[in-house]
Design a protein around this ligand. Structure first.
Ligand SMILES: Cc1cc2nc3c(=O)[nH]c(=O)nc-3n(C[C@H](O)[C@H](O)[C@H](O)COP(=O)(O)O)c2cc1C
Length: 411
C-alpha cells in the first residue's frame, strides 16, 4: 500500500510516522513519535524532494514507486544530508540510477562522507536563486545555511507558491491529519513545535530570521516541512510564521515566570514553592515550576523560550552546582538563550558554589540576560528571617513582569 496525498496540482506529500524511536537524535524524548515527510512532483519531469529516515525506507520507496506509475525518476532534491531524511537517499538512487541529484556542492561532499559511494555524473549542483523547470512547476532554490545544517537549501515552487522548508517549521510528534488547519494546533501541537524549534534550530535564530525575511517577499500558499503538519491556509501560515519570529528573535510569547529548580532533599523545592505563592499573590499569572532533575531539559528550555522571566534555583553539590541544573543551564547557553530577566536562588550547607555558577551563567554565559536583584543563597533551609528577602525578590519579579511590554510589540 502507499500513504500519499495530493497537496495541489500534481504535488504530493509522502509521509511516514515513526512510532518506535524513543529518542530523536538519541537525546530528545519523543513519546509521541515523529514524522518524516517527503514530497513528489508529478509533472513533465518527475521529482522527489528529500528522502526519509532509514526506519521508513521501505515505505518511502513504495510511495515513490506508486507515484511514478512506471515513469522514470528525473530529479531528487536533497535539501540537507542529515540522516533522519537522507539515510534512505542511497536506496532511492540505487533504485533509480539515472536520477539527477540536486543539492549544494557541500551536500555532495557530505553524501560521499556518509555513503562512500560517489555519483559524480548524477550531481546537479545549485546555488541560491537557481531554477529548475519541471514542466508546469518551476522550482527555485533558497540557501538556508545552518537551519540547521550548513548545506541546507529550501525549495520554492514558483507556480503554486509552495515552500519546502527542510527542517524549519517542523515538529515532534506523529500526525493523523496532514494539515495544520485540520487540527487544534494550539492545544495539541504547539508545544511539540516549540520544543522541536528550540532544541533543534533554536541556536540559529539569526539564520532563521534571514530565511523568514526572504519568505516575507514571496507569496506563500503552502509551507511543507520535513516533520509534522503542512500549512496551507493564510491563518495557519501567519500563525506559524509569527511563532517562528518570536522564537528566532528570542522574544518571549508570554509574560510570566518559569521556575526551573533542583532540590536533593526538598529545601530548595520548598523555597521556590513559597516564592511561587508570593508571586501569585502579587498578581503574576501563569507561574510554572519545573524540576530539572525530573523533566528532560528539552521541555524546560522550550518553556524558557515561551516566557518572559525565569527563576533558577539549585543547591551546591560536591563544591559544584548540582549537575542537573548545570546541565540545563549549559543546554540553554549552547542554544544561545537570550533576552530574559532571571532571578537566582541557591542553597548550600557549608561551602557555596551553586550561587556563583548560576550568577555567572546569567551575567556572562547567556547573551543579553539581566540578573534580577536581589538573589538568594539559602543556608540549608529557609529561616523565618529570610522572609524579607524572599518578599523583596517576589516584589521585584512581579514588578518586572508587570513592566514587561506586550511581547507581540517586540517582533
Ligand atoms: C552529596 C552531597 C554533596 C554536597 N556538597 C555540598 C558542598 O560542596 N557544599 C555545600 O555547601 N553543601 C553541599 N551539600 C549540601 C546541600 O547543598 C545542602 O544540604 C542544601 O541545603 C540542599 O538543598 P535541598 O534540600 O534543596 O536539596 C551537599 C549535599 C550532598 C547530598
Amino acid at each position: 500500500m502507499y500513504l500519499v496525498e495530493e497537496l495541489k496540482n500534481g504535488v504530493y506529500w509522502m509521509g511516514c510516522n515513526d512510532f518506535t524511536s524513543a529518542m530523536f537524535e538519541r537525546i530528545f524524548p519523543i513519546p509521541e513519535g515523529v514524522t518524516y515527510n517527503s514530497y513528489f512532483f508529478d509533472d513533465e519531469k518527475t521529482c522527489v524532494i528529500d528522502a526519509m529516515d532509514k526506519s521508513c525506507r521501505d515505505e518511502f520507496l513504495e510511495d515513490v514507486e506508486h507515484l511514478l506509475h512506471g515513469r522514470k525518476l528525473d530529479y531528487f532534491v536533497i535539501q540537507h544530508m542529515e540522516p533522519d531524511h537522507a539515510s534512505s537517499a542511497l536506496a532511492l538512487i540505487e533504485k533509480y540510477p539515472d536520477v539527477k541529484i540536486v543539492g549544494q556542492p557541500q551536500t555532495f561532499k557530505l553524501f560521499e562522507q556518509f555513503y562512500r559511494h560517489p555519483y559524480p555524473d548524477n550531481y546537479l549542483p545549485v546555488k541560491e536563486g537557481n531554477q529548475l523547470c519541471l514542466g508546469k512547476h518551476t522550482l527555485q532554490f533558497i540557501k538556508a545555511p545552518m537551519v540547521h545544517w550548513p548545506e541546507v537549501i529550501m525549495t520554492y515552487d514558483l507556480t503554486d507558491h509552495m515552500l519546502f522548508s527542510a527542517d524549519a517549521f517542523g515538529m515532534f510528534g506523529t500526525v493523523g491529519n496532514i494539515y495544520a488547519d485540520q487540527v487544534d494546533f494550539e492545544e495539541n501541537y504547539l508545544e511539540s513545535a516549540r520544543r522541536y524549534y528550540v532544541n533543534i534550530v533554536g541556536k540559529y535564530g539569526p539564520q532563521v530570521v534571514r530565511v523568514l525575511q526572504k519568505a516575507a517577499n514571496m507569496p506563500l500558499d503552502f509551507i511543507c516541512p520535513l516533520h509534522g503538519v503542512v500549512y496551507r491556509t493564510p491563518d495557519t501560515i501567519k500563525y506559524i510564521i509569527d511563532k517562528h519570529l518570536h522564537w528566532a528573535k528570542y522574544v518571549p510569547e508570554k509574560k510570566g515566570v518559569v521556575i526551573a529548580f533542583a532540590s536533593i532533599y526538598g529545601d530548595t523545592a520548598r523555597a521556590v514553592s513559597i516564592l511561587a505563592n508570593k508571586l501569585s499573590r502579587r498578581g503574576v499569572k501563569d507561574v510554572r515550576l519545573y524540576d530539572v532533575s525530573k523533566n528532560h531539559s528539552s521541555y524546560i528550555t522550550a518553556k524558557a523560550w515561551e516566557y518572559s522571566h525565569m527563576v533558577i534555583a539549585a543547591p551546591t553539590y560536591n563544591l559544584n552546582l548540582f549537575l542537573p541544573m548545570e546541565s540545563f543551564l549549559h543546554d540553554l547557553q549552547t542554544l544561545m538563550f537570550q533576552n530574559r530577566t532571571i532571578a537566582v536562588m541557591a542553597n548550600h550547607s557549608w561551602a557555596s558554589a551553586a550561587y556563583k555558577t548560576m550568577v555567572d551563567y546569567v551575567e556572562n554565559q547567556f547573551k543579553c540576560c539581566e540578573l534580577l536583584d536581589p538573589s538568594m543563597d539559602i543556608k540549608s533551609s529557609l529561616r523565618d528571617d529570610d522572609e524579607g528577602l524572599l518578599d523583596e525578590m517576589a516584589d521585584k519579579i512581579a514588578e518586572s513582569v508587570k513592566a514587561y511590554p506586550d511581547p507581540d510589540t517586540l517582533i
